[in-house]
Design a protein around this ligand. Sequence first.
Ligand SMILES: [Zn+2]
Length: 89
Amino acid sequence: MRFTSRWLTWLCLSLMLWTAVAESTHNHPNKTESASCSICAVAHSTTPTATSNQVRPVFAAIGLLQEEEVIAKARLSVFDLGIRGPPAI
Ligand SMILES: [Zn+2]
């Protein structure tokens, strides 16, 4: 790893660490300053709720299943395959 990329990595990590420390430990002497602080506004805002505009599904019967018995019809007989039958005694 190059020296510059290693140095940039440590710089970014230290900036993230100090930013996290500054955000979590900052305070305001009065409420007027905390109302204009963007960090406090984000921290005290409510989480957005998911909304949906989809229509509820409608379940209705559209018909009844009527089973019919299926009988397969054989198309080939044994003699069609060319097999000779047993010899007659
Ligand atoms: Zn604040």
